[in-house]
Design a protein around this ligand. Structure first.
Ligand code: NAD
Ligand code: DAU
Length: 343
């Protein structure tokens, strides 16, 4: 592969994917990162990468001229760029509609025109939420207890509905315009370079800053955690071996309540188990996500490697502790914005 375009490659998951490709896939000669560097993008995330293999183009995926020019020279596009934070989408939805829907449309138009392979990064949130296990008969593994590629689309927030819209556009372009595309819907990622507005890094950097962690509502909500390195290896598998037109769900069986995750962070950081505040809940807060990734495992032979959550969390805590310069300047602004909202 001579030229791979990674949109949103200066954000959390995109930059981890660029590191993964540079480290494990020397057959990719050149990676072009197309990133607008919004508040969530940071060119420092790519700072230690070889400049002869990785090039950052600062630009907007909604800029049709720029996108056309870049894609005319590409072998494949992996599309991570998005407005990604639910809480922000509940305050100001428009950037989500613009980037997640119009941006995806702009990219698939160009990929269809030049017959360029496209992989669309999406989220499990397009499927809405599931009941808590304690409220299900048998608390077991029956039908309907995890998301599958056949689950109904039922997004709850402006963010998840904009991602659902983008998935539907990709499917339509595959069918009507012969776009060579695959889609993946992944569960909650954690690891280094995640913006400190998100749950895990917010609580770690709160503790490092002497601020009490903040738990929405009762903390019963469940997320299905996957290390971002496992997301990267799954995306690579799908890019290379995935069947055109198919949707693959990516998950590593990491269901945990927010309260459990917070208590583990407190334990690992040597704080009392009750050193946190309950704050106002998120509007429309999804209860539980859980991924059935058997299609990806059975059809493409993918398995996650970083499944020891406590160890992964410990490394993540160490990364934020050792990289204070990366997040310190943003901390007071992020917390001031949450405080305005009672969170
Ligand atoms: P992020 O917010 O950390 O990064 C998004 C990146 O996209 C940033 O670098 C930003 O500058 C860039 N960007 C935003 N608007 C742009 C535009 N108009 N043009 C070009 N670049 C733009 O997000 P993330 O958490 O790394 O998520 C990346 C992708 O993965 C998203 O598509 C998201 O929906 C999806 N996803 C995230 C998770 C998760 O747990 N974070 C899970 C599943 C799927
Ligand atoms: O499931 C995949 C999704 O995971 C991605 O599509 C999104 O881009 C990504 O942001 C993430 O969405 P969530 O809304 O699940 O992640 P967030 O980190 O915002 O919150 C995780 C959980 O923690 C959620 O139940 C809300 C809760 N929370 C969040 C924050 C910021 C708190 O209790 N306290 C907080 O301070």
């Amino acid at each position: 592969m001579n030229n791979l375009i990674v949109t949103g490659g200066a954000g959390f998951i995109g930059s981890n994917f660029v590191h993964y490709v540079v480290d494990y896939h020397p057959e990719v000669k050149h990676i072009t990162v197309l990133d607008k560097l919004t508040y969530a993008g940071n060119k420092e995330n790519l700072a230690d990468l070889p400049t002869d293999r990785v090039e950052l183009v600062v630009g907007d995926i909604c800029d049709a001229g720029l996108v056309d020019k870049l894609i005319s020279n590409a072998d494949a596009v992996v599309h991570y760029a998005a407005e990604s934070h639910n809480d922000n989408s509940l305050i100001d939805p428009l950037p989500f509609i613009q980037t997640n829907i119009i941006g995806t449309y702009t990219l698939i138009q160009a990929c269809a025109k030049y017959d360029v392979r496209f992989h669309h990064i999406s989220t499990d949130e397009v499927y809405g939420d599931l009941p808590l296990r304690k409220d299900l008969p048998g608390h077991g593994e029956g039908v309907g207890e995890k998301f599958t590629p056949d689950s109904q689309y039922k997004p709850s927030s402006p963010y998840s509905s904009s991602k659902a819209s983008s998935d539907l556009l990709v499917r339509a372009w595959v069918r009507s315009f012969g776009l060579r595309a695959t889609i993946s819907n992944c569960s909650n990622n954690y690891g280094p370079y995640q913006h400190i507005e998100k749950f895990i890094p917010r609580q770690i950097t709160n503790i490092l800053s002497g601020i009490r962690p903040k738990l929405y509502g009762s903390g019963e909500n469940v997320r299905d955690w996957i290390h971002t390195n496992d997301h990267s290896s799954a995306v690579w598998k799908i890019l290379i071996q995935g069947k055109i037109g198919e949707t693959y769900l990516i998950g590593a069986d990491g269901e945990k309540s927010n309260k459990e995750v917070l208590e583990l962070i407190l334990k690992l950081m040597g704080k009392p188990i009750d050193f946190y505040d309950h704050v106002k809940d998120r509007r429309g807060h999804d209860l539980r996500y859980a991924i059935d990734s058997s299609k990806l495992r059975n059809d493409l032979g993918w398995t996650p490697e970083f499944t020891n959550f406590e160890q992964g969390l410990k490394h993540t805590i160490d990364w934020y502790a050792n990289n204070e310069k990366w997040w310190k300047d943003k901390k007071s602004m992020v917390e001031a914005n949450y405080a305005k909202n009672g969170q």
